[in-house]
Design a protein around this ligand. Structure first.
Ligand code: GLY
Length: 407
């Protein structure tokens, strides 16, 4: 069902010709995606008017809203900033400003490691696009708050608080759990060092990335989801999963977070080990024997239910955005391979199989993402972070030029 791009419905009507996402020039695919995104997010904004919080998903026929403490809260304002950037239309900028302001309280939230996700996507894009010094202040406070979760003995920022109970209801005996996703929060810290002139944020980010390099990865380049440490000695206690199929499996979004995280950390530091790891993860994903022909992964590469397992469009969106940055750091042959693979993913996501028709999908853009399969939560649904990284990837592909932070 998923690989038959040629059999899918019309993406664009150009005169009498019906052209598909697989056949159109990429610039037309991107232009059409932004048109659809504008329609969808106009609807989503209207539907969310006078409702507190941020749209996260659409499940069981209901829009799921979250508050400022949720790790996904900042992606909605982030997508509004990307729409403002893509279209130049003032209504997106004012909506982005309004929703970004709703995120401010997160800057003092010591209970989460997700401040990078939450604030760099909202305030970070806002600062990049407006230069507003008030945004800079919020981001520096958030970097201080996030730094409080760093343990120098372990050399990591703690992800979840303990005792931890997973969404699937399992209680763990973890003492200092670190998840691969946490690589994504480091950009807030490298930015804070540049903005403040203080090295300490960058030192924390590098220590965290180095520790994850040592303990999260397997010889084939795939990663464990959770590594639990002893906070007193820094020794690894166990390597397990919370959101994947099994401890030893390759959870698709985890692989995408690792790829994006090490690509970004190479951009920020120039350290060759980060570039090498990013390339290894890219090879794992791109050449995986269970990656479907349309390049949109199943939610976990090792789910025995494949090919009947659900897909994860969010993993594909994150991967394509990461590869479109990684291509700038490698030789021309590899750069071509990364661009071609990312564009295949973007073309698939732009086809009617994944891209919502206007008014569908609760107003979100992409269909077929998976949030937390083991918990039976958010399976085959839209997710605001799938949309956010898809829009980012489209902007990166459209720009085609030198990589920039947040871009
Ligand atoms: N950081 C949580 C997730 O990727 O679902």
């Amino acid at each position: 069902m998923f690989s038959r791009l040629a059999g899918l419905g019309c993406t664009l009507l150009l005169g009498a010709a019906c052209l598909h996402a697989a056949e159109l020039p990429m610039n037309e695919v991107i232009a059409n995606d932004f048109r659809v995104a504008s329609e969808q997010y106009r609807y989503l904004l209207e539907q969310s008017r006078d409702v507190a919080g941020f749209p996260r998903s659409f499940e069981h026929g209901q829009r799921q809203m979250v508050d400022v403490k949720d790790w996904t809260a900042g992606f909605f304002p982030g997508s509004l900033w990307y729409l403002a950037e893509a279209t130049g239309a003032p209504q997106w900028r004012s909506a982005a400003i309004a929703y970004t302001a709703r995120m401010e309280a997160a800057k003092d939230d010591r209970s989460t490691h997700d401040l990078g996700f939450m604030l760099y996507s909202s305030y970070g894009n806002g600062l990049r696009l407006t230069g507003d010094p008030a945004y800079r202040k919020v981001l520096l406070t958030a970097a201080d708050t996030l730094s409080l979760r760093f343990n120098p003995v372990v050399g990591s920022i703690q992800s979840w608080n303990v005792p931890h109970r997973t969404l699937a209801g399992q209680r763990s005996d973890w003492t200092f759990p670190v998840i691969i996703d946490n690589m994504m929060n480091l950009e807030l810290l490298t930015w804070a060092s540049q903005a403040s002139g203080q090295r300490r944020y960058r030192d924390i980010a590098i220590a965290h990335a180095d520790t994850a390099l040592l303990h999260h990865f397997r010889p084939d380049g795939s990663s464990y989801h959770v590594v639990d440490y002893d906070p007193a000695t820094g020794r690894v206690h166990e390597r397990v999963t919370a959101q994947g199929y099994a401890d030893a499996s390759a959870w698709a979004r985890g692989q995408a977070w690792g790829l994006y995280g090490y690509t970004m950390m190479f951009r920020e530091t120039g350290r060759p080990a980060y570039l090498a790891q990013a390339q290894k993860i890219a090879a794992f994903i791109m050449h995986h024997p269970r990656l479907p022909a349309d390049k949109i992964p199943y939610w976990d590469y090792d789910d025995p239910a494949i090919p009947k397992a659900p897909r994860d469009a969010s993993a594909a969106a994150i991967t394509s955005s990461a590869l479109l940055e990684l291509r700038h750091f490698v030789d021309s042959d590899l750069a071509r391979q990364y661009s071609a693979f990312a564009e295949q993913q973007l073309r698939s996501l732009s086809s009617p199989e994944y891209l919502a028709a206007p008014g569908e999908n609760g107003g979100f853009l992409l269909k077929h993402a998976t949030g937390h399969q083991p918990a039976g939560h958010e399976i085959d649904v839209p997710l605001n972070y799938a949309d956010y990284y898809f829009l980012e990837a489209l902007l990166r592909d459209r720009a085609g030029a030198a990589a920039q932070p947040g871009h």
